[in-house]
Design a protein around this ligand. Structure first.
Ligand code: CNA
Length: 308
């Protein structure tokens, strides 16, 4: 049994490690494609972060220039992460509400979200573990039972003092105005997202060991800097390739020099189309993207109506 920061990992790789010549064939981009096409790869765990939502218009944390941390100077915080730390939020929730204001609105899931949905439709999705709180995976049709929202989501809200449930519409109205919402007990209310310093939902520790049974791990749009999410990839077996889609190779991947890692550089919105094409799944993917256009139209209509 391995223990990572108090989290017990009971499952673990049991199979014997493949010889280097086999690994050389399997741990390549083409090896992964062949593995999926031939049915050798049947269970895919997808680990995602803010980078898969930047194409929907939601900024990530750490991208230089566009990431939220690079816009933090004006808030005069002790350190940029403070805006998402529970300790700071309880002292002063205003910076959080100000920054959250810029993130409200209806966002359309990206092609990468629909790729996860495609894996689900093909019976290949073992689980999607996401750090994202925007629920775009759900909006793209990924089923609740296959989605682990490790850092919570903005679908609900509670008081940080008495724990009372807060009407989400009231919370959203406050976020839209950039004004903190306080409970009758005087404590600030917060959407059900996990801030730095808070425990992850129990669903995460209950399901994290599933990664050990994956035939392939896909990692996308995450700097892998947030613990314990960053540990998930370590749970994959010795013969499980890890395909990493990111603009910038995460330090953890670069530094590990592990031959299971296959890095696909670039905008994941573009790389994923190419990957789908190589898998010969263009027709199914196009149908999902057509459904996405319907969703986009629906949101535009709603926006127009709200203006009248
Ligand atoms: P991060 O640390 O900001 O890293 C984002 C990663 O995505 C970086 O490695 C970027 O290079 C990469 N990236 C950005 N755009 C693209 C793109 N188009 N294609 C490929 N790669 C791209 O974010 P992490 O998710 O690693 O950090 C975890 C935090 C971020 C969690 O606590 C989240 O709750 C939090 N977060 C979530 C959202 C959201 O829900 N959309 C937005 C901002 C922050």
């Amino acid at each position: 049994m391995k223990v990572f920061g108090g989290l017990e990992i009971s499952a673990g790789p049991k199979e014997a490690e493949l010889p280097p010549s086999e690994k050389k064939k399997l741990f390549t981009y083409q090896g992964v494609i062949d593995g999926i096409i031939t049915g050798r790869i049947k269970r895919i765990a997808v680990l995602t972060g803010a980078g898969i939502s930047t194409n929907a218009g939601i900024p990530d944390f750490r991208s230089p220039g566009s990431g939220l941390y690079s816009q933090m100077e004006k808030y005069k915080l002790p350190f940029p992460e403070a805006v998402f730390s529970i300790e700071y939020f309880l002292k002063d929730p205003r910076p959080f509400f100000t920054i959250a204001k810029g993130m409200t609105g209806k966002y359309v899931p990206t092609k990468f979200h629909y790729f996860i949905r495609l894996l689900q439709d093909k019976g290949l999705l073992l689980k999607n573990f996401t750090q994202n709180i925007d629920n775009l995976e759900g909006d793209a049709g990924v089923k609740k039972e296959l989605l682990v929202q490790a850092h919570g989501s903005v679908a609900g809200a509670h008081c940080t003092g008495c724990g009372k449930e807060v009407d989400i519409k009231l919370m959203m109205a406050h976020i839209e105005k950039g004004e903190p919402l306080f409970c009758e007990c005087k404590a600030p209310c917060k959407p059900d997202i996990v801030m730095f310093g808070e425990a992850l939902p129990i669903s995460f520790s209950m399901q994290m060991n599933d990664v050990a049974s994956a035939d392939l791990v896909i990692i996308a749009g995450t700097s892998l800097k947030v613990f314990p999410f960053s540990v998930l990839m370590d749970l994959a077996g010795p013969n499980t390739p890890r395909l990493v889609f990111d603009i910038k190779e995460p330090d953890k991947i670069k530094e590990s020099k592990d031959d299971r890692n296959i890095f696909v550089p670039g905008n994941c919105e573009v790389s994923i189309e190419e990957f789908v094409h190589k898998l010969k799944l263009d027709v199914e993917f196009k149908a999902l993207l057509a459904a996405r256009e319907e969703l986009r139209k629906k949101y535009e209509e709603e926006k127009k109506k709200a203006k009248i």
